[in-house]
Design a protein around this ligand. Structure first.
Ligand code: ZN
Length: 313
C-alpha cells in the first residue's frame, strides 16, 4: 500500500495541474513542494487563491524524483514556494533552474534572520518546521511573498498571518510544557532518520536518528548496534516510526534491544517530512505537530492530555 501512495498522489496531481492547460504559460497558481508549506500558505492566502502542493502524504521529499506533471506545474505557476536547504532532493535543481530563468520561486526556509542552522556546512539540516517558533518566522516569509505576488490581498494576508501566529505561539507553549513533563533521564527521542534535531533543540530533548539527515543512505549494522547499546544503557522505553520512512531499521533496533534484555516499545508513528491525509487534522501543520508532540511525550512517560493540544487528536 505504501508503494502505491506516490502513484496515487501523482494521479491526483496530474488531474489538478492539467485542467488549466489552455491558460498558457503562467496560470496564476501558487505551487508549494511540501504539505507544511502548503498548509501555512493556504492559511494565509485564504480562499481567494489556489494553492497546489506537489509532494503529498507519505512521500519522502529527499528521495522524490520530480514527475513530468510536477515539472509542468512548476513551469506554469505564478509563484512557487519551496523549503530549500536541499530538502527537495532532485526537485531542487528543477527549481533552481527555473528561478535562474526569472520565475518567482523562493526557498522559504533559507536565509531566515537569527536562525542558527543545524547539520554541517555542506549539508545543513532542512527540517526547520520541527521548531514551531522558526516555522512561525517562515509563515511571515510566506505572507511576504504572497503579498508581493498579489498586493491587492496584502491586508488580508497580514490579518490572517497574525491570527495564525497566535495559534503557533500557543502550540509552542504546549510543546514546552509537554516535553518538560517527561522524566529528565528519559528525554531521548529515537526515530528513523534525523528529522527532529530542531525539535530537540527547541524543547530540550536529545535526538538520535537511525539514519542520517537525508533518507538516501540506509542505516548500517554498526549504527544499529551503537544505538541499541545506548538505549539499553539509558533504559529508554520507546522509539518511533516515521510515516515517510520504511520501518525496518526501527524494527531492527527493537529486536536488538530485546536480545540484550531491554524491552523497547514502538512509541507510534510520527510525521517527519510529510503530514497526515489532507482534510484531516493531522494533515495540517498544527495537527501534525500536535500529533508528534503528544505521541512522543506520552510514550516517554510525560504528562499530556490524551486528545492533545486542543482536543482534536
Ligand atoms: Zn527528512
Amino acid at each position: 500500500m505504501r508503494n502505491l501512495l506516490p502513484l496515487i498522489s501523482a494521479l491526483l496531481l496530474t488531474a489538478s495541474c492539467t485542467k488549466k492547460e489552455n491558460l498558457g504559460q503562467n496560470d496564476g497558481t501558487i505551487v508549494t513542494t511540501i504539505g507544511m508549506i502548503a498548509d501555512v500558505t493556504r492559511q494565509i492566502a485564504g480562499e481567494e487563491q489556489e494553492v497546489i502542493n506537489l509532494i503529498g502524504e507519505g512521500v519522502d521529499p529527499h528521495n522524490h524524483k520530480p514527475l513530468k506533471s510536477e515539472v509542468d506545474c512548476i513551469q506554469r505557476a505564478g509563484l512557487v514556494l519551496y523549503n530549500g536547504l536541499l530538502l527537495e532532493g532532485k526537485m531542487s535543481s528543477v527549481l533552481a533552474n527555473r528561478r535562474d530563468q526569472g520565475q518567482p520561486i523562493f526557498a522559504v526556509a533559507e536565509g531566515l534572520e537569527g536562525v542558527e542552522l543545524l547539520g554541517d556546512h555542506s549539508h545543513p539540516d532542512p527540517h526547520l518546521w520541527m521548531d514551531i517558533t522558526i516555522w512561525s518566522q517562515v509563515a511571515e516569509t510566506i505572507s511576504h511573498h504572497l503579498s508581493t505576488y498579489s498586493p491587492e490581498h496584502k491586508e488580508r494576508h497580514t490579518t490572517r498571518l497574525s491570527e495564525y501566529q497566535k495559534k503557533l505561539t500557543d502550540l509552542h507553549a504546549y510543546a514546552r510544557r509537554a516535553f518538560q513533563s517527561i522524566p529528565e533521564n528519559q528525554r531521548v527521542l529515537v526515530t528513523a532518520h534525523d528529522a527532529f534535531s530542531y525539535l530537540g533543540r527547541a524543547y530540550g530533548i536529545e535526538v538520535r536518528g537511525i539514519q542520517g539527515i537525508s533518507t538516501e543512505s540506509e542505516a548500517g549494522t554498526k549504527d544499529i548496534n551503537d544505538l541499541v547499546a545506548y538505549l539499553v544503557e539509558k533504559q529508554i522505553p520507546a522509539i518511533f516510526v516515521e510515516s515517510s520512512v520504511p520501518e525496518k531499521s526501527v524494527e531492527a533496533v527493537i529486536e536488538g534491544a530485546a536480545q540484550k534484555g531491554h524491552k523497547v516499545k514502538n512509541g507510534g508513528t510520527l510525521f517527519s517530512d510529510a503530514m497526515g491525509s489532507s482534510g484531516s487534522y493531522r494533515g495540517t501543520y498544527i495537527g501534525m505537530m500536535d500529533h508528534n508532540i503528544t505521541t512522543i511525550v506520552k510514550a516517554l512517560g510525560g504528562d499530556v492530555p490524551e486528545t492533545g493540544f486542543q482536543g482534536k487528536l
